[in-house]
Design a protein around this ligand. Structure first.
Ligand code: ADP
Ligand code: MG
Length: 310
């Protein structure tokens, strides 16, 4: 007797400011249905805690408070991971850029280049030392500091969605949140093959990798940007200048968790190819592909192990 063909279920929803797609394979359509809907529920729950656009999220409460406060364990976990990357990257990754992001207006319809004073002001008191964590208590070093977990929260949510799928017994599936993805187990017919978006050619790829039980995360200057006087301004900031980071077009990280991959992709993007790939050496089981500002590709030593065989 032939084994039954595995069923596939694919769903997508607009959440956390992006389209989140979940696919799961298995024999039981009802199980796939309930697993995927529970995974989306988990993302919605986390979004309420981690988003600066929710009035009563931990992030909004922290930003409003002058000294900090108690946060949910999930929020503390995200901040702990972010602080580690912030310190190891010498502040290239920074979760205290909330005010800077606001002055650039990336949340609004028409973002524009702010004036110098507004940028200088928004950078006051920021940095890896500006927030600290003791268990679930966050302390801010200055009252006006605004927390923004946008560089890591989506990744964390994908990890948790994967955990929910696994708890439902799913052994093969994927979650993709606009370029932050995790590939669980084995695709039914072949390994998961992921084409990495070319930063300048909409239909093109810069590489194809074969992945199993790992995160693949890409940060690029083509995702959210505007142009003013012929220049591109995107939403990954160099905390040293308050301007969009200029050294890369895109960074892809392969890691054990999407949260780590997400934070590292942002950090490496700011640091640029040389310093960025050096940072990855602190994180075992982590590889990267950097497309520099001039279009040159740089790989970490172990990247080739993931390259798809033609
Ligand atoms: P995407 O959301 O497109 O996948 P990223 O993961 O790189 O891209 O996250 C970009 C977001 O991270 C920005 O919208 C902002 O909220 C936040 N951010 C911008 N610059 C930094 C930085 N240097 N460190 C940490 N977070 C940042
Ligand atoms: Mg990121």
């Amino acid at each position: 007797m032939q084994p039954a063909e595995p069923e596939q279920l694919r769903r997508s929803q607009l959440m956390m400011g992006t389209i989140i797609e979940i696919v799961a394979y298995g024999q039981d359509q009802n199980l796939l249905e309930s697993a995927i809907s529970a995974a989306f529920d988990e993302i919605a729950r986390l979004e309420k805690r981690l988003s600066r656009y929710h009035e009563d999220s931990d992030v909004t409460r922290l930003s409003k408070s002058s000294t900090g406060g108690e946060v949910a364990p999930e929020t503390a976990a995200v901040i702990a991971l972010g602080l580690d990357v912030a310190k190891r990257s010498q502040g290239a990754f920074d979760m205290t850029l909330g005010r800077l992001k606001a002055v650039w207006g990336f949340d609004k319809e028409a973002p524009s280049v702010p004036d110098k004073n507004a940028i200088t002001d928004a950078l006051q008191g920021i940095g890896p030392q500006a927030i600290s964590l003791d268990k679930n208590r966050v302390t801010k070093s200055s009252p006006q500091l605004m927390v923004d977990l946008g560089g890591v929260a989506k990744g964390y949510a994908v990890d948790q969605a994967i955990r929910v799928l696994k708890n439902h017994g799913i052994t093969s599936g994927a979650v993709n949140a606009g370029g932050d993805m995790y590939l669980l187990g084995q695709h039914p017919e072949r390994p998961w093959r992921i084409g990495i978006q070319h930063p300048r050619k909409q239909q093109g790829t810069v590489a194809t990798v074969e992945i199993r039980d790992k995160a693949v995360v890409t940060s690029g200057d083509y995702e959210r940007y505007f142009e003013q006087e012929g220049r591109r301004y995107h939403h990954i900031f160099d905390p040293a200048t308050g301007m969009p980071a200029r050294l890369c077009q895109s960074v892809t990280i392969i890691a054990e968790s999407v949260a780590l991959g997400d934070a590292l992709a942002t950090a490496v993007f700011v640091l640029g190819p040389q310093a960025g790939l050096k940072l990855l050496q602190h994180y075992p089981e982590t590889e990267g592909l950097v497309i520099a500002a001039d279009g040159t590709a740089y790989e970490s030593p172990g990247w080739k192990g993931y390259r798809a065989k033609p």
